[in-house]
Every structure is written in structure tokens, then in C-alpha cells.
Design a protein around this ligand. Structure first.
Ligand code: SAM
Length: 402
């Protein structure tokens, strides 16, 4: 069982201390014991464990350097340049205009981080982590975008005291205060919609390879952006018709995009705001892709209620977005993903990362039944929940029959 992530409303300070508490306190004493630290390093059976812990701590301390090495490589376009075309330091120095003595620091750091690797004849080629960066433009765009968050978080205490005063809050006009969304200029909608379209590919792949769309006739995508998900689903399931709901400036961008793809006849556009307007009826599947985490619980409740009202009996809601890793699945890698989203969503606005259980409860509260987790291969991109608007009639109370 994973614990709810909004600890401001969910706490039970009267619960008795558990056996786990005692075990954790004991571990803490062992970790703090200087003699045990030296002993574990001298013992070949435990040395690896202590070294690993120190290494992880060092990585935490150095993480900001790692992300700037990544950004440096992206800005110099090294991943695309080196894809299938390894090059020497001298060659790269000429192309980038950087002094070889300095550029080598970047290249060697990128090798240490598995982004690049040494090849024969003193050349550098792509390492295993560099290959996806050469292939997927969306990753490079997200790395560049994350620089905004990096700047916002430079002084963590100032950030925690006033998270919505930075570049990220300005980037997302709808995520904190309603009036800002109303007055934001078109450029802001264009900028974030372009980034969302570029970065949505991995999420779309997860959904299309995990959920069976054959039983549905018409899909309403809420918070649909420029329509990348709808376009790819249209190719994947040619029998489907579509509706898209998003803010008017975003659907203006979607209109051009759909026209260019020849999809205008299959997709009806419904501009509006789910804060003020009902959702259009007529779809038997409503999808919410990377939308709920942008908003506080009160808004998510509103969206889910509107989705429930817009669906016919027997219809379904599919919600896909990054979710907190349940305790039983959380390894080291997934836990650090949670840390990223906690801070990204705080800098962005009033939304938050939620566990699958929290989202499931919110869906059930809105009336959905049979809420299930759809297993997918790469949960780091998104986890998927599906719920139904039940076909069962409400139970007739005995006293109303008599
Ligand atoms: C994070 S983006 C996700 C877009 C797309 N589903 C994806 O995964 O790339 C959230 C979307 O919700 C839309 N949105 C935000 N507030 C909205 C509102 N009040 N009414 C309708 N759409 C809204 C935004 O314009 C944006 O397109």
C-alpha cells in the first residue's frame, strides 16, 4: 500500500509505532556508527553495499552538474551530430567553436555519464544514453525546457517560499490563477502546446500498446492540445470518430494541425474551459492525458464529474499521466522520478503528483466504477487508469418498494 501524497489532509498521528519503525531506527543507528562504517569497508562481503551508498550520495550532490552536461551536449547538438558519425575532439572543437582544452571536459564528462563513449582513432561516439537523444527531438526539447525549472530552483528556500514567481509559472498560464489564462497572449499557448506535442510521443505509445480501443465508437480527448494523441489514435483505430476539448487558443493550433493531416472530417473541435463549461456529449470514451496533475484536487473533481455527466451509461474514462510510484514498486530509479515531478508541478502551478490509488479514489468519488489499472510497459512515461459509468441500475431501497 502506498501512502496518499497530500499529507496536509491525510494524517493519523495517533497510530501506534510499528515494527517497521523499530527496524528503521536500528538501521539508522548502524548507518551512523563510525566503527561499523570502517568495518563494512574492510569486509569484502559488505564493502559493495557501503560503496554503493556513498556513490549514491555523491550522485545526489553532483546531480546539477550532470544535468548541465546534458544541456551542454544538447545545445551543441552533439547527439545528432555524432549519431552514426563519430568524430575527434579537434573536429568537434572546429564545429562548435570551443577550445579543445575546454570542450574535452564536456566530452569526458558525457562519457562518464554514458551519454557518449570512446571509439577507435580517438573519436567520440554515442553512448547508450545518448542514442535516444539523437532520435527523439521531444527529449531534447524537455531538457531545454527543464532549464527554466533549474533557474527557478537555484535558491531552494526562496523557491519553496514563493514557488509561483519564476519562469515555470509564467510558462504555464492556466495552471495557477484563472485570470492569467484569460489574458495570456497566444505566444504562450503556442509555446507550451508545441512542447506538449513534441513530448507526448512516449505517452501515446504507452496508451496505444496497452488499451484495446475496438469496443469504442467515439473518443473525446479533454485537454487535447494540438491533437497528437488523437492523430495517432486515428491512424491506430480507423473506425473511431473524435472530439477534442481544450482552451480556444489551443484548439486554433489544433485546427491547422488536423487540417494538415487530413483529419478535419473525423474530429470535431469543442473550444471551452472545463472550469466554466460542461464537456460535450456524444463520446463513449473520454481521455484525460497529462491533464489531472496540472490541477488541484478541487479542479480534478470538477473535471471528473463533468466527464461522468458527459458519458453515456456504459461509457469509459481513461486517465493517463505520470503517477507516484507505489511503495511496492518503488526502486531507487522510480523514487527519483517522483522527486522531479513533485518540484516540476509545484513550480508550474497548483497541481500535484498523485498515486494511482488517489486518482482511483477521485474517479470513484465522481461516480466511476470498475476502476482498474491498465498495465503498461514503461510507467515512467505514464500510468493508466480506466473506469466505467456503470450500466447497473441503482439499488432500489426496500422501504421505497413497500
Ligand atoms: C499538460 S497539457 C497536456 C496536453 C496533451 N493532453 C498532452 O498530453 O500532450 C494540458 C492541456 O490541458 C489544457 N487545459 C488547461 N486548462 C484547461 C481548461 N481550463 N479547460 C480546457 N483545457 C485546459 C491545456 O491547454 C493543455 O493543452
Amino acid at each position: 500500500m502506498s501512502q496518499p501524497l497530500d499529507l496536509t489532509v491525510a494524517s493519523n498521528p495517533t497510530a501506534p509505532a510499528s515494527l517497521k519503525d523499530a527496524w528503521q531506527a536500528q538501521l539508522e543507528r548502524w548507518y551512523a556508527h563510525p566503527g561499523l562504517y570502517r568495518w563494512s569497508l574492510s569486509n569484502p562481503l559488505t564493502r559493495w553495499l557501503t560503496r554503493r551508498r556513498t556513490r549514491k550520495l555523491f550522485d545526489l550532490m553532483a546531480g546539477f552538474v550532470h544535468s548541465q552536461v546534458l544541456l551542454g551536449c544538447v545545445r551543441l547538438d552533439l547527439f545528432r551530430q555524432l549519431h552514426q558519425a563519430p568524430a575527434t575532439l579537434v573536429d568537434l572543437a572546429q564545429r562548435t567553436g570551443l577550445a579543445p582544452a575546454v570542450l574535452q571536459r564536456l566530452l569526458l564528462s558525457a562519457v562518464a555519464l554514458n551519454l557518449l563513449e570512446h571509439r577507435s582513432q580517438d573519436r567520440f561516439g554515442l553512448g547508450p544514453l545518448g542514442v535516444p537523444l539523437a532520435q527523439h527531438e521531444g527529449i531534447a526539447q524537455m531538457i531545454e525546457h527543464n532549464h527554466l525549472l533549474y533557474q527557478d530552483m537555484q535558491d531552494p528556500m526562496q523557491f519553496l517560499n514563493n514557488a509561483w514567481s519564476g519562469g515555470m509559472a509564467d510558462y504555464w498560464p492556466y495552471a495557477h490563477e484563472k485570470p492569467q489564462a484569460a489574458v495570456a497572449d497566444q505566444d504562450k499557448f503556442t509555446r507550451y502546446s508545441q512542447l506538449m506535442a513534441a513530448s507526448q510521443g512516449f505517452v501515446v505509445q504507452e496508451i496505444l500498446s496497452s488499451y484495446y480501443f475496438d469496443e469504442h465508437q467515439c473518443v473525446l480527448d479533454v485537454g487535447a492540445g494540438k491533437g497528437r494523441f488523437v492523430s495517432e489514435l486515428a491512424a491506430h483505430a480507423p473506425h473511431l470518430k473524435f472530439k477534442m476539448f481544450d482552451l480556444p487558443p489551443v484548439l486554433d493550433l489544433a485546427r491547422e494541425n488536423l487540417q494538415a493531416k487530413g483529419l478535419s472530417q473525423r474530429v470535431a473541435l469543442h473550444p471551452g474551459s472545463f472550469l466554466d463549461d460542461p464537456l460535450p456529449e456524444g463520446a463513449d470514451l473520454i481521455t484525460l492525458v497529462r491533464v489531472a496533475h496540472d490541477h488541484p484536487d478541487a479542479v480534478v473533481r470538477q473535471i471528473l464529474k463533468k466527464a461522468f455527466a458527459a458519458l453515456p451509461v456504459g461509457g469509459a474514462l481513461l486517465l493517463a499521466e505520470p503517477m507516484a510510484q507505489p511503495d511496492e514498486e518503488a526502486g531507487q530509479a522510480s523514487a527519483s522520478v517522483d522527486a522531479y515531478f513533485h518540484f516540476y508541478l509545484l513550480a508550474m502551478g497548483a497541481g500535484r503528483l498523485r498515486t494511482p490509488q488517489e486518482l482511483q479514489s477521485l474517479m470513484e468519488e465522481a461516480g466511476f466504477t470498475h476502476v482498474e489499472r491498465v498495465p503498461n510497459a514503461m510507467p515512467i512515461h505514464a500510468r493508466i487508469l480506466v473506469g466505467r459509468k456503470s450500466q447497473c441500475l441503482p439499488l432500489i431501497r426496500q422501504d421505497s418498494v413497500n
